[in-house]
Each structure stands twice: as structure tokens, then as C-alpha cells.
Design a protein around this ligand. Structure first.
Ligand code: ARG
Ligand code: GLU
Length: 713
């Protein structure tokens, strides 16, 4: 088919999909520049703003008050001095990095009393979207229907590179060209990156992480999951590396904060950076997730978490060192469990199979689509084992900290021509970060347990030969092998690593090749790349090609369905309403939680529920100040905005675009929404912004920060 013709058809289908999508519209994460197509529906539901108020390139608009925070979260501006709100868990590793047993900001919280107290954070950046643009036509230029996939990809990559180059006008601008709908559409995103971001304030974890992993992904929720940072700029308001001469950034727009609160059924929307969803996955891929992938990953993480938690309970220093690592391991571990039970409960595999059957019937006379379902099934059957080994490689092999650390040294051993100085500088910094939070006892136990799982479950022929050999040499005594490895490697010793980095590149290579952990990593990695990753990637690229056609076909086949592109860490708007839900027969969850719930959970004997004494006192005295609402303090609320990981720290906005909450989680029953969204039951969890303000004002005596903000009463 003529490529221009087929492209026009795609654009038509995409347009149609957006226009037809009135039903089920709570589902979806929409591109801001195309929000025009949704705006009538949003206004019908309670938005009192125009499309240009949400997104415009010609005037300041809401998008200018939203940033991607680090690489994985969202934050929002709330003052004309660059002050941003994000979640406590989004700033967690920064808060941790400034902490020690003497100044434990995780435990006690941190509040800068003035600008000069604000703490700089190495490596932390925020990015502002400047503009976004459909570049499908340019990306697909020069393609012909006879091209094989590899040539096609080359042409596309070259076109993308050209577009990016043209878009980057200044040194602080970054641009990406991202594929949407499996490469049926391409968008250019142009960002301005700020790199001097300072910690302003964080409540103690007993507020910011209240409920810990016990309550994580769960409603009712009472976590005060917020922290504050500030963006700094040079005197021209442009990005600059950290300097004491930098000044607070002046935003084009910042959010006003509504103190009016929320009621059930109120319109809300969310602006942020969801990372990854797979809503159009083929049935076999969901089946893999439910039957093999998630169960294996959950089991491996359970083993790892048990070890971490036991060691963390023994010692405050270890608890700080492993706080962020443990939280991140536990977070996905718990989510995968909810996701697994969600796709089983919703019978997602069966339902997808029915759709695929109907699709095949519809496609019978359409050569472009007719064989897709059969081809998918065949390829998924072939990729299954490789996908499984890949999961083991990530969760059982590379999950070992020492192996990941050793991996950084690979460039030396490969004998490439190196710019040695910068590499050594980089490794020094990697090594500082590594040893700052490394506890050998934890890592060594994990190694023993995870490698035991690896040899047991990875199929013969795909197991790393070094591992097999050693395991045999040690007569299947994993403990003994592990002990000998950890006793003889240099990577457990900071001084030895530092000494290594003072040698010549040739000497470094020699030492590395003698090191048992490095050799284990290197040989296993070479083997994995050749025997697992290569065939996996080959099959996966065929699968991706099928998805490109399938996505197109699906849009034509289900023309009434509201299609939106899967999340891919680009900026999106989701909208819906404040709403409770029915998690089970005869149970209804109200959409709002209050301080009463915190007091009901409060228990000094349970780490996750032990609140600061001052909060108990404020509660006892009902000393709520201006933050009291009907004699209590609202803490969290639910809405049915379609969100994902990465939406943490996203502002939850009311119909006027005023800040009412900070998104930070989803409910247990919604965790499958990355694969299948169900508007009956899927809910995002937000912190009621008034609880954050109460904590700052009454608990932290940081009320001076409120003076920077604008409230709408
Ligand atoms: N579940 C939320 C998210 O996906 C919060 C995670 C942080 N909290 C925790 N207890 N680990 O990021
Ligand atoms: N806590 C998640 C995050 O860090 C958001 C929750 C979700 O996955 O929806 O982005």
C-alpha cells in the first residue's frame, strides 16, 4: 500500500478514535496538545477551562506548572519562586542521601528555614515541556512498503535524529521523538531541563510513609505522601548547574491551591508523566504475565525482601542504608500481586481471546490483518521460554548488588579505546554511591538464595555455564560457593576498589579478569546476550511489527472504542471524578479519609503506624487551626482518573484547574489497570492537599512556606 495513503488513513482513524470516544471516557490518558478532542466531554463533566488553558504554545498555561521530577515522578509548581510539591516517596532517595543516624531526616523530617538551608541534590533534574508536535509524516518519510524491518528502522532512526537535531536550539533543551500506538504515530517532545533542584522540606516518614508497605497500594489510606523542592535558575531564569549564585526559578505559571476540598462526584483531572501501560496487549502476553512472569518475580522478591527486612530490623544504620532499596523492591512486588489477581478476576485472557477471535472473523477479507492472530500465537509460544529466562536474569541474577556494581567496570575489560579519565571519574562516583548504601551481609545472603533459584528454574541450555560449572565444583553447596566468591572478590572492599581505580587501564583490566565476581558477571552476561537476549530481541521485533498492524486493525475494528496511546513517560491528562468503589460484595469504600483514620491505626508498637507524638497532641487538643473541616482534617481521597507509575506527584486538579491533591498511588483492586482498566473499580489515590498544609503549618512549623502560595478559599 502507498505509504502516504496508509498514513492518512491512520491519522483519520486516530482522529476518529478520539472523536468517537465518549463512552467509557474515564479510561484514558490523553495527549495535552490533542485535548481539544476531549474538551467538550471534560467541560460536560465539570471542567471550567478551555483547551488553551490546559495546553498552549503561545501563552502560559497549566502545562507550564507541571514538571517531570527525576526520571520517574511528576511534580507541580506552587509558587512564583520555583517551589514544587511532589510525593515523599519521590524525594525519598534525596531525603535519604542527606540522612545519617545523627541527622535522620527520614525519621525526623527536614524543613529548611530559609533559602540558604535548602539542600542541593546531585543528579536530580526536572524537565518542563516546551511544546509537542505530531511528526509522523517526517518520521515515516522515505519508507516504502517493500522495505524489511531492519531497513525500515534505520530510515526511521535517521529521520528521528534529524528532527531532534533541528529541535535542540539551546544547550539545556532536550528533545525526544516518541512512538505512539506501536509506531503508527510519532510525536516530538521538546523539554527544558533544570538541574539545580534543592530539598526544601519533608515530613517525617511516620507521616510521609505512614502505613509503609502494609498500606501501600491499599485504601483506606492515610499517608501524608508529600515533600517540597525548589527549582533554581541562573540570573536569566535559565537552567544552570548547581551554584550558590543561582536564584529561585520564576515560573510562567504556578498552581493556585483550592481549600474548598472535594465531594463525591466532583470533576477532577490529573496532569503528569505516566511511565508505561500495555492496554492493547495480546492475550498470550497477559497469560504469560499471569501464569509465569508475575508469579516468578513475586517469589524471587519475597526471598529478597525477607532477607532485607530481617537485617534492617537489627540496626538503625542498616535501616537507613536500605530504606530506599527496600521500598522500591517492595513496591513492585506488591503491585505485581494485585495486578495478577486483577487480570485473573477480570478474566482478561479469556476476554482478549474473544476479541481476537472476533477480530479474525472481521479481518478474514483484509489481507493486512487476516493472519495476525495466528502469527501472534506462534511468536508468543516461541518467545515464552526466553521471556522467562529474561525475568530470571533480571530478578535472580542482576538483582545481586555486587554483580550490578561489577558490571560498571566492563568497559575496561573490553579493551576499548577509552577516555579513561572521565570513566575513572564516573566509576569513583558510582563506587562512592555504592558503598554508601551497601551491606555485604544482605547482599551475600541474597546472592545465595537467588542463585539457588536461578539454577533450579532456568532451563538447561540457557543457564549460564559459569554458574553451572561452579555449582557442580562446589557439589551443589551454594552457601560454600557464595562464601568463597565474597571472600575473594575485591568488590566488597572500598579500599581495594579505590586502589584499582588508581592503576593503569591495562592493569585494571588484568585485575578485573582475575576477580571471581567480575568474571562471573562477564561470562554470564556474554552467554545471556548471545543465547537469550539475541533470540528474544529477534522474536520481539517480529512481535512489535505485528502490534503495529494489530493496533491499526483494532482501531478500525472497534471504531466506537476510545483509543488513547499507551503511557510511555510522556505527558498526559487523565480526567474523571471523585468516587468511592465497591471492592467486594456488600462492601463500599467511601472516597475520603480523615485524621480519624490515622488515630485508629496509630500504634507505637507497629513501626508503620507509629505517628509523631506531636500529631497525637494536636489531635487530642483538636488544634487544627484554619485547616479544620467539620471538626476533622481530610487526609486522602479517591478518584477514577486513569493513572500509572510515574503519575506520583501529579497534581490532582478541580474544574478550575486549582490544586486539590497530590496523586500518589492506586488501590489494590486497580493495580491491573496498566494492562486492563475497569472504570467500575479503578481508583487513583490522592493526598488531600489540606492535610499537607496542616502538617506544614501545625506539625512542622513551616508555615512560612505557605506565604509563597496562593489559596482559593
Ligand atoms: N505505590 C506507590 C507507587 O507506586 C507508592 C510507593 C512508595 N511507598 C512504599 N511503601 N514503598 O510508587
Ligand atoms: N506510586 C506510583 C508512582 O510512583 C503511582 C501509583 C501508580 O502506579 O499508579 O508513580
Amino acid at each position: 500500500m502507498n505509504i502516504i495513503y496508509s498514513m492518512k488513513k491512520i491519522v483519520l482513524i486516530l482522529g476518529l478514535a478520539a472523536a468517537c470516544a465518549v463512552s467509557r471516557a474515564d479510561e484514558g490518558m490523553w495527549l495535552p496538545s490533542l485535548i481539544e478532542a476531549r474538551i467538550i466531554d471534560m467541560q460536560d463533566k465539570g471542567l471550567r477551562l478551555s483547551a488553551a488553558d490546559l495546553y498552549s504554545v503561545n501563552q502560559a498555561c497549566l502545562k507550564d506548572a507541571i514538571v517531570q521530577f527525576g526520571n520517574g515522578c511528576t511534580a507541580n509548581l506552587v509558587s512564583d519562586k520555583g517551589l514544587i510539591f511532589t510525593n515523599h516517596h519521590c524525594g525519598f532517595s534525596q531525603i535519604q542521601s542527606h540522612s545519617s543516624p545523627e541527622h535522620d531526616y527520614l525519621k525526623d523530617g527536614f524543613w529548611a528555614k530559609n533559602l540558604s538551608d535548602e539542600l542541593p541534590n546531585k543528579g536530580l533534574t526536572v524537565k518542563f515541556l516546551q511544546y509537542m508536535e505530531d511528526v509522523t509524516e517526517q518520521v515515516l518519510e522515505g519508507l516504502s512498503s517493500e522495505m524489511d524491518e531492519a531497513t525500515r528502522k534505520k530510515v526511521i532512526d535517521a529521520n528521528r535524529a534529524k528532527i531532534i537535531k533541528n529541535a535542540v536550539a539551546e544547550k539545556w533543551i532536550r528533545a525526544t521523538v516518541d512512538a505512539l500506538y506501536y509506531g503508527n504515530q510519532y510525536f516530538l517532545f521538546v523539554y527544558k531541563i533544570y538541574e539545580d533542584i534543592r530539598l526544601v522540606g519533608a515530613p517525617p516518614s511516620s507521616i510521609g510513609k505512614f502505613g509503609g508497605d502494609t498500606d501501600n497500594w491499599i485504601w483506606p489510606r492515610h499517608t501524608g505522601d508529600f515533600s517540597l523542592f525548589r527549582i533554581y535558575a541562573d540570573k536569566d531564569n535559565n537552567p544552570a548547574p548547581y551554584s550558590k549564585d543561582n536564584v529561585p526559578y520564576q515560573p510562567k505559571q504556578f498552581l493556585k491551591i483550592s481549600l474548598k476540598g472535594v465531594q463525591e462526584n466532583d470533576f477532577t483531572f490529573i496532569y503528569g508523566y505516566p511511565a508505561r501501560t500495555s492496554e492493547y496487549l495480546f492475550s498470550e502476553a497477559v497469560k504469560y504475565l499471569a501464569e509465569r512472569g508475575n508469579p516468578a518475580k513475586i517469589r524471587l522478591r519475597t526471598l529478597r525482601l525477607d532477607i532485607m527486612q530481617a537485617e534492617m530490623a537489627k540496626d538503625a544504620g542498616i535501616r537507613i542504608k536500605y530504606a530506599a532499596k527496600q521500598a522500591s523492591v517492595a513496591n513492585a512486588w506488591k503491585k505485581w500481586q494485585g495486578e495478577l489477581s486483577g487480570v485473573v478476576r477480570l478474566k482478561t485472557v479469556e476476554k482478549k481471546k474473544q476479541t481476537e477471535q472476533a477480530f479474525t472473523l472481521w479481518a478474514a477479507d483484509k489481507p493486512e490483518y487476516a493472519a495476525l492472530v495466528t502469527q501472534f500465537s506462534k511468536l508468543y509460544a516461541e518467545i515464552d521460554t526466553y521471556a522467562f529466562v529474561r525475568d530470571y536474569q533480571t530478578e535472580a541474577f542482576n538483582a545481586n548488588e555486587l554483580i550490578r556494581f561489577a558490571a560498571n567496570f566492563l568497559p575496561f575489560a573490553e579493551g576499548k579505546k577509552l577516555s579513561t579519565d572521565s570513566l575513572i571519574q564516573r566509576l569513583k562516583s558510582v563506587s562512592d554511591d555504592f558503598f554508601k548504601n551497601y551491606v555485604q551481609a544482605i547482599d551475600q545472603q541474597c546472592f545465595e538464595v537467588l542463585l539457588s533459584e536461578y539454577v533450579k528454574h532456568v532451563p538447561k541450555g540457557l543457564t549460564s555455564p559459569v554458574v553451572e560449572r561452579a555449582y557442580k565444583d562446589y557439589r551443589h553447596d551454594m552457601a560454600k560457593w557464595t562464601a568463597s566468591l565474597y571472600a575473594s572478590t575485591l568488590f566488597t572492599h572500598r579500599d581495594k576498589v579505590e586502589k584499582l581505580l588508581r592503576l593503569s587501564p591495562e592493569e585494571i583490566a588484568k585485575q578485573l579478569n582475575k576477580d571471581p565476581i567480575f568474571s562471573l558477571y562477564r561470562e554470564s552476561n556474554d552467554f545471556y546476550k548471545e543465547k537469550v537476549e539475541k533470540p528474544y530481541n529477534a522474536l520481539n521485533s517480529q512481535i512489535e511489527t505485528l502490534y503495529r498492524a494489530y493496533m491499526r486493525g483494532l482501531m478500525a475494528f472497534q471504531s466506537e472504542r476510545p483509543f488513547y496511546p499507551d503511557a510511555n513517560s510522556t505527558i498526559r491528562i487523565a480526567y474523571g471524578k471523585v468516587s468511592g468503589y465497591k471492592p467486594a460484595d456488600a462492601v463500599y469504600y467511601l472516597p475520603q479519609s480523615t485524621i480519624e483514620g490515622i488515630m485508629q491505626k496509630d500504634n507505637p508498637d507497629i513501626y508503620d503506624y507509629d505517628i509523631p507524638q506531636k500529631l497525637r497532641d494536636l489531635y487530642a487538643a483538636k488544634d487544627y487551626g484554619r485547616w479544620a473541616v467539620d471538626g476533622t482534617i481530610p487526609v486522602g481521597f479517591l478518584a477514577n482518573n486513569h493513572t500509572s507509575g510515574g503519575n506520583s506527584g501529579s497534581p490532582v486538579l478541580n474544574g478550575d484547574g486549582h490544586l486539590i491533591g497530590l496523586n500518589f498511588d492506586r488501590t489494590w483492586e486497580s493495580t491491573m489497570s496498566d494492562v486492563v482498566y475497569d472504570s467500575e473499580i479503578c481508583r487513583n489515590i490522592a493526598l488531600d492537599i489540606r492535610y499537607a498544609l496542616f502538617v506544614m503549618d501545625k506539625l512542622a512549623d513551616a508555615g512560612y512556606l505557605l506565604d509563597e502560595m496562593i489559596f482559593v478559599e
